[in-house]
Design a protein around this ligand. Structure first.
Ligand code: SF4
Length: 308
C-alpha cells in the first residue's frame, strides 16, 4: 500500500472549505427522550441503542448549554481552534417541549465560538413548528439535521425496531431540503439479515435523494441491549475487520460524489462494547480501508469526501 496516497478528502478539509479554518464537534445534550423509548412508538428502543440513547459521549444534561460547551471543550483542549460545531446526538433532539428546545438550540447557536449546529433526530419528529425552529436556526448558523435511517429495507427496520417507514423518511428529507437544511443520514453496516446486495441498494437509494451527507457506522453490540441477547444466540452475523472494510469501500465507490461521508466506522464506547472488539483500534480499521482502496482496480484518482 502506498502510505502517502490519498483516497478521500477528510471531513476536516470539508469543514475548512466551509468555515475557512478547522472546526471540531462538541457533543452536547438537549436532555430529550425518544418516542421509541417512552411508549409513544415503543418502550424498548432500537435493538442496538444503549441506555443513553446512542449518545455515549455527550456532556452532562444537568448543565446549561454554555457550561456543556466549556466542559466539552476541555475534552479536546489540545485541538487548536476557537470554532466548534454543537452536536446534539443523544436520543431524539427534536422531541420535547418546543420552547425548551428553542431556548437550548438558540443558546448554542448564539454562542460566539459555535460555528454551526448538528442536530440528530428521527424523521417522524419533525412537525411544522419544529421545522420552523430548525429553519430559523439555519438562518443564524450552518445547520445539519442528522436522520437515523440505518437501512432502506423494511424487514431489517422491523427487526431493529426502528419504528417508522421509508415514506416518513422521504417526507422528512423533502421538508428539510425545501428549507435549505442539510440532511446527514446514518446508515449501519453489518445489521443481522442484511446482505451486501441489500446494503448497496440502500446506498443507491440514498444517492438519488437530496441528502448532503452520510455517516457509515459499524454495528456495535453494546452491553444491556437486546442486540447483545441476540448476539449471544447468533454470533455469526458479526462482520470481520476485512469484511467490514470491503463493504465500506463498496459503499464509498457507489455513493454519489456530491454526498459528503462524515464517518467511515464509529467509536463504540469501550466500557459498553461487547463486539466486535477489533473496532476499538481505529487506526487498524482506517489502514485496512485504505489498503482496500489501493487494491481496487476501479480507483481512478477520484477523491471522496470522507471523514476517517
Ligand atoms: S431512535 Fe435513536 S434514541 Fe431512539 S431508540 Fe432508536 S437509536 Fe435509540
Amino acid at each position: 500500500m502506498n502510505a502517502t496516497k490519498k483516497y478521500y478528502n477528510s471531513l476536516s478539509d470539508y469543514y475548512i472549505g466551509l468555515f475557512g479554518e478547522k472546526v471540531y464537534k462538541l457533543a452536547l445534550t438537549a436532555s430529550t427522550t425518544c418516542p421509541n423509548r417512552d411508549g409513544k412508538i415503543g418502550n424498548n428502543g432500537c435493538i442496538f441503542c444503549s441506555t443513553v440513547g446512542s449518545g455515549d459521549f455527550a456532556s452532562n444534561g444537568a448543565l446549561s448549554v454554555k457550561e456543556q460547551i466549556l466542559e466539552a471543550k476541555q475534552l479536546i483542549k489540545n485541538k487548536k481552534t476557537n470554532n466548534y460545531i454543537a452536536y446534539f446526538q443523544s436520543y431524539t433532539n427534536t422531541y420535547g417541549n418546543l420552547s425548551q428546545l428553542n431556548s437550548i438550540f438558540n443558546e448554542a447557536v448564539c454562542h460566539p465560538e459555535i460555528a454551526g449546529l448538528s442536530i440528530a433526530t428521527r424523521p417522524d419528529c419533525l412537525e411544522a413548528e419544529v421545522l420552523e425552529l430548525l429553519s430559523s436556526l439555519n438562518f443564524k448558523k450552518k445547520l445539519w439535521v442528522e436522520l437515523g435511517l440505518q437501512t432502506m429495507h423494511q424487514t431489517t427496520a422491523d427487526f431493529i425496531r426502528r419504528g417508522y417507514t421509508l415514506d416518513v423518511f422521504e417526507a422528512a428529507v423533502n421538508d428539510l431540503t425545501n428549507l435549505n437544511i442539510d440532511v446527514v443520514v446514518h446508515l449501519i453496516i453489518g445489521l443481522p439479515g442484511e446482505s451486501r446486495k441489500m446494503l448497496l441498494e440502500t446506498i443507491e437509494y440514498l444517492s438519488n435523494l437530496p441528502v448532503s451527507g452520510v455517516k457509515l457506522q459499524l454495528l456495535h453490540v453494546l452491553k444491556n441491549t437486546d442486540l447483545e441477547k441476540y448476539y449471544s444466540l447468533h454470533p455469526e452475523f458479526l462482520l470481520s475487520l476485512e469484511e467490514y472494510c470491503e463493504l465500506v469501500v463498496d459503499c464509498v465507490e457507489r455513493l454519489s460524489p456530491s454526498i459528503v461521508i462524515h464517518r467511515l466506522t464509529g467509536d463504540g464506547p469501550k466500557n459498553l462494547l461487547v463486539a466486535p472488539l477489533w473496532s476499538t483500534n481505529k487506526k487498524i480499521v482506517l489502514n485496512t480501508i485504505n489498503k482496500k482502496f489501493s487494491e481496487r482496480n476501479t480507483y481512478q484518482g477520484k477523491l471522496w469526501n470522507v471523514c476517517p
